[in-house]
Design a protein around this ligand. Structure first.
Ligand code: TPP
Ligand code: MG
Length: 821
C-alpha cells in the first residue's frame, strides 16, 4: 500500500511458487431430514411451492408467446420473455438463504429470482410491514388492482401483489412494479430486496458491487447477490467488479479494521449456454467458472461449483457464504450449475443443442426431483402437491386476467399524456441528506493544512488594475472544485469519492490535494484501472442509498465505461419508474497535449444519451457553484473539466469566487460580456478564445460581441440565448468538440427553429476538424482559436475588412462532409 507497504526487491525477487487451494465441486447438500431439522417442514413446503409458482409463471409466458393465449384467455405479448424453466431450484434455494434486507441483482432471465426473493421476503416479514409496503408502493396503485381479488390473509394478498406487480411490469402496465417502464429485463422492487435485473450481460456485477460497497462503508449487515449467467464470465466489467470487490485495501488500508472484501456474492447461474454458444467447452478458456476464484485473494473467493438442480444444496451454499461473509468478509463466487429447459427466448429453436441433452435434463427436472424427495420424506403428500399446483395456477391466472385487462391495467402512454415517460427521467427534488458527524472526517475542515494555504489566495484572477494574477496566487478552477467538494463531504456523510489516483496522488490532476488528510480511506480511495466498475459501482452505491463522486481521468476513457455511462447511469431512474434515484457525479477531465487518445472532447456523445445531466464549466466561479449543485441533486451528472482550465483564475466576476458555499443552477447559460452585434456562445475552454475574439472584434473592427458561456449542455435553457440573438441577430457557437456531430449542432438547429425571425445570418457552428487530435505543438491548428472565430464571422455573418486570416470557406466545409474529414 502506498507509503505503508515497502515494495522490497529482496522479497519480490525471491524464487518460489504460487499455490492454489482445491475448489470444491458438487459437495453434497443437506438431506431432507437435515433440512427439516434446520428450517422446518413449512419452509420446505414453501420452497417447493415457490418453484411451482415460478414454473407456472414462466409457462404462462411461454404459452402466450407460442399460442397467443393462456388458459383460454387470448393475449399478444410483444416484448421479450427469457424464461427460467428448469432453473427454479437455483432461484428458490438462493432466496431461502437470504433475509428480506439482503439484496439481489439480476439479468435478462430473472423472473424466477424476483418471484423467489419476493416470496421468501413475504414469508419472513410481519403482516403489518407487508401491509404498509403494499399500501405505499406506487402510492397504492398496485395494491388497488389486486384488492379486487379475494385473499384470506395478508400473505396471500402479498403473493398476489408480487405476482401481479411483476407480470404487469413485464406487460408494460402502469401498475407494474416500475410503472411498466422497466419491463421483463429491468424489473425491481426494492422493499423486498429485489434490485434491478439488467439486460446487459454482466451489467449487474459492477452495480451489485457498488451496493455492497455501500453496506461495507456504512457497516450495514447483510449481503448483496449478483445473479449473472455463465456467459457473463467473459465480460470485462464482471472481472473488474470481482477485482474491485476483492481489493486488498479494505483489509489493509482502510482506517478501522474491516473485513477482507465487499459483502457480495457473484452468483453465476451456469446453464452451460450463452444463447447458442456453449461456454465451458467453446467460448471460455476455463473448465469451471469457479476457477476464476483462484485469481483473487487467498481464499479463492470461497468459490465452489454446486448442483443448482437441488434447492437444498443451493440454500446450504448461500447460507455458508452468508455466514462466511459476516465473519470474515467477502466476496464469494458460486458456480451454480443448472439447465435452461426452455429456449434462450421463445423464438429459440435450440439448434445448438441436442434433443437428447434437453430430455436428459428434463428427466432430472428440479421440481419433480424435489417434490419426490419431500414426498418420500413425508413432508408433502400427493394431495398437497396438487394443492400447491392449484395455488400457483390460481395466482398466475388471476394476475394474468388483471394484467392483461386494458381497463384495469392501462399503460403509461405518452400519446395520451405527453409527460408520461419524461416525468421519470430525472428525480425531481433531492432527498434530505445527513451531514457528516464525528468519524466521518479525519480532521476538522478548519485544521486542514490545504485550507490554510488556500486562505491566502486572492479570490479573483485579475487585480483591480486589470492585470492577470499568477495561478499560484489565486483561487483557480482546480481550487474552486476542491472547495465545492469539501463543502459537499461536510453536508452529506454518505458521499464517497473514488477513482484512479484519487488519494495520495491528489486526484489525477490535483483537484483532491489535501483531501487525503480530510477524508478517511472509506470516503476517498484509489480505484483500480477499471473505468467500467468505477462508474457501475457508483450506480450501485447510489441505488443503495449513497452518493458517489467518481472520476474518469480523461474523457477518452469513457469508452472503457461505455455501458456503465450510457446504459446504466442514465437509465435506472426512469427504468425503475422513478423509485430509484442515482445521485452520482462523474468528473471527466478533457485532455490536451497528450495526443489523439487523450485529448478529445466527447461531450456530444454524453449529451446524446437521455437521462444524464451534462455540465462543462469554464470559470472558477461556475465550477464551484455547478459542482455544488451537482452534488446536491439526486440525478446523474457528467461533469466535464478541461485540463486547459485547471489553472485559470476568475476573470469575469469582479468579487471573485465566494468563500462560502453557493450553487449555480445546472442548465442556465450566462452572458459573460454583453454586446450588441454578434453573440458568441462558447462551451468549456472555448470561452477564452471567444473572449479574445470579442476583444479583437471591438479593438480591430468596432464590433461589439456578446459572449455567452453555455456552462451546461443538458439541461440547457435556450431562453437567454434567444434573448441575446434577438438583440444581436447573429450567433456563433464554439467548442473544442469535433464539428461533425458536435452538440452545438443541436443547439443551432433549435435556435433556428425558435428564433429564425431574429437572425440575420446562419447560426454558425465551430469546432475542431474531424481529425485525430495532433501533437501538443500542433493543437493550435486543431482547436478553435480567436482567429477561427473571426474568420467565421467574416465568412458567414459580418464582413471584417482587412482580416488577415483566410476563412474556412463553404466549399471547404462541404468537402469535409464529402470526404468524411
Ligand atoms: C453486453 C451484451 N452482449 C450481448 C447481449 C445479447 N445476449 C442476451 S442474453 C445473452 C446470453 C447470455 O448468456 P448467459 O450470461 O449465460 O445467460 P443465460 O442467457 O444463459 O441465462 C446474450 C449474448 C447482451 N444482452 N448484452
Ligand atoms: Mg447461460
Amino acid at each position: 500500500m502506498p507509503k505503508r507497504d515497502f515494495v522490497d526487491p529482496a522479497v519480490v525477487r525471491r524464487p518460489g511458487t504460487i499455490g492454489f487451494e482445491a475448489i470444491p465441486v458438487n459437495v453434497a447438500g443437506p438431506s431432507v431430514e437435515a433440512a427439516r431439522e434446520s428450517i422446518g417442514d413449512d419452509r420446505l413446503r414453501d420452497m417447493l411451492r415457490d418453484m411451482i409458482l415460478i414454473r407456472e409463471f414462466e409457462t404462462m409466458l411461454d404459452t402466450i408467446k407460442r399460442q397467443g393465449a393462456y388458459r383460454g384467455r387470448p393475449y399478444q405479448h410483444r416484448g421479450p420473455a427469457h424464461l427460467g424453466i428448469g432453473q427454479e431450484a437455483a432461484a428458490v434455494g438462493q432466496a431461502a438463504a437470504l433475509l428480506p434486507s439482503d439484496l439481489i441483482f439480476g439479468n435478462h432471465r430473472s423472473h424466477g429470482e424476483v418471484l423467489a426473493k419476493g416470496m421468501a421476503a413475504i414469508e419472513r416479514s410481519e403482516d403489518d410491514w407487508l401491509t404498509k409496503v403494499m399500501a405505499e408502493a406506487l402510492d397504492g396503485s398496485i395494491l388497488h388492482v389486486v384488492e379486487t381479488l379475494p385473499a384470506p390473509d395478508v400473505r396471500t394478498r402479498a403473493a398476489q401483489f408480487l405476482t401481479y406487480g411483476l407480470m404487469a411490469e413485464i406487460f408494460g402496465r402502469a401498475a407494474g412494479f416500475n410503472r411498466g417502464l422497466g419491463g421483463s429485463m429491468h424489473a425491481c422492487f426494492p422493499p423486498f430486496g429485489i434490485y434491478p435485473n439488467n439486460a446487459i450481460v454482466g451489467g449487474s456485477a459492477p452495480i451489485a458491487t457498488g451496493a455492497a460497497l455501500f453496506r461495507h462503508v456504512n457497516r450495514q449487515p447483510g449481503i448483496v447477490v449478483a445473479n449473472i449467467g455463465d456467459g457473463s464470465a467473459a465480460c470485462g466489467p464482471v472481472w473488474e467488479a470481482i477485482n474491485f470487490a476483492s481489493m486488498h485495501q479494505y483489509e489493509h488500508l482502510w482506517d478501522e479494521p474491516r473485513s477482507s472484501g465487499l459483502p457480495v456474492v457473484f452468483f453465476f447461474v451456469n446453464n452451460f449456454y450463452a444463447m447458442g454458444g456453449q461456454t465451458a467447452t467453446e467460448t471460455m478458456g476455463f473448465d469451471h467458472i469457479a476457477q476464476i476464484g483462484a485469481a483473487f485473494g487467498s481464499r479463492n473467493l470461497m468459490a465452489e461449483v454446486i448442483d443448482g438442480n437441488d434447492p437444498l444444496t443451493v440454500m446450504d451454499c448461500v447460507q455458508r457464504k452468508r455466514a462466511a461473509i459476516a465473519a470474515r468478509g467477502g466476496p464469494a463466487l458460486v458456480d451454480c450449475q443448472c439447465y435452461r429447459q426452455s429456449g434462450h427466448s421463445t423464438s429459440d429453436a435450440s439448434s445448438y443443442r441436442t434433443a437428447q441433452e434437453i430430455e436428459a435434463w428434463k428427466s432430472a427436472d428440479p421440481i419433480v426431483e424435489f417434490g419426490a424427495r419431500l414426498q418420500g420424506a413425508g413432508v408433502v403428500s400427493a394431495d398437497s402437491l396438487a394443492t400447491m399446483q392449484d395455488w400457483a395456477t390460481e395466482r398466475v391466472t388471476e394476475a394474468f386476467q388483471l394484467a392483461t385487462d386494458e381497463t384495469i391495467s392501462p399503460r403509461l402512454d405518452p400519446r395520451l399524456d405527453p409527460h408520461a415517460i419524461s416525468r421519470y427521467m430525472f428525480s425531481g427534488a433531492a432527498a434530505e441528506r445527513e451531514p457528516s458527524g464525528p468519524g466521518d472526517l479525519s480532521i476538522a475542515r478548519a485544521k486542514l493544512p490545504r485550507m490554510a494555504q488556500l486562505a491566502e489566495r486572492d479570490r479573483r484572477g485579475v487585480s483591480p488594475d486589470g492585470t492577470r494574477l499568477p495561478s499560484t496566487k489565486v483561487v483557480t478552477l482546480r481550487v474552486a472544485l476542491f472547495e465545492a467538494i469539501v463543502d459537499a463531504v461536510e453536508r452529506d456523510r454518505h458521499l464517497i469519492i473514488y477513482g484512479e489516483e484519487n488519494r495520495d496522488w491528489g486526484g489525477a490532476f490535483g483537484v483532491y490535494q489535501g483531501l487525503t488528510e480530510l477524508l478517511p480511506p472509506r470516503r476517498l480511495f484509489n480505484a483500480p484501472i477499471s473505468e467500467a466498475t468505477i462508474v457501475g459501482s457508483a450506480v450501485g452505491y447510489a441505488m443503495a442509498g449513497g452518493r458517489a463522486l467518481v472520476e474518469l481521468m480523461y474523457a477518452d476513457f469513457i469508452g472503457r465505461a461505455g455501458d456503465e455511462l450510457f446504459n446504466q447511469l442514465p437509465k435506472w431512474t426512469a427504468m425503475s419508474g422513478g423509485i430509484l434515484h442515482i445521485p452520482v457525479v462523474v468528473r471527466v477531465s478533457v485532455g490536451s497535449k497528450y495526443g489523439a487518445q487523450h485529448s478529445q472532447d466527447w461531450t456530444a456523445l454524453v449529451a446524446h444519451i437521455p437521462g444524464l445531466k451534462v455540465v462543462y464549466p469554464a470559470t472558477p466561479y461556475d465550477a464551484k457553484g455547478l459542482l455544488a449543485a451537482a452534488l446536491a441533486g439526486d440525478d446523474p451528472v457528467v461533469f466535464f473539466e478541461s485540463q486547459k482550465l485547471y489553472d485559470v483564475g476568475e476573470l469575469f466576476r469582479t468579487e471573485g469566487v465566494p468563500r462560502e458555499r453557493y450553487e449555480v443552477p445546472i442548465g442556465l447559460p450566462e452572458v459573460k460580456r454583453p454586446g450588441r452585434d454578434v453573440t458568441i456562445l462558447a462551451v468549456g475552454p472555448a470561452l477564452y478564445p471567444a473572449l479574445d475574439a470579442c476583444a479583437r472584434l471591438a479593438g480591430e473592427h468596432g464590433i461589439d460581441g456578446e459572449l455567452m458561456d453555455a456552462r451546461s449542455l443538458v439541461p440547457l435553457d435556450l431562453g437567454p440565448i434567444i434573448e441575446s440573438v434577438r438583440k444581436t441577430s447573429r450567433l456563433v457557437l464554439v467548442s473544442d468538440g469535433c464539428v461533425r456531430g458536435s452538440f452545438l449542432n443541436s443547439i443551432a438547429a433549435e435556435i433556428q427553429l425558435q428564433a429564425f425571425e431574429y437572425l440575420d445570418g446562419p447560426v454558425t457552428v465551430l469546432g475542431a476538424p474531424n481529425w485525430i487530435t495532433p501533437a501538443a505543438e500542433l493543437e493550435e491548428a486543431f482547436f478553435p482559436t480567436a482567429d477561427t472565430i473571426l474568420a467565421a464571422i467574416d465568412e458567414y455573418l459580418i464582413p471584417l475588412p482587412g482580416l488577415g486570416s483566410p476563412a474556412k470557406t463553404r466549399a471547404e466545409r462541404l468537402a469535409a462532409w464529402q470526404t468524411g474529414v
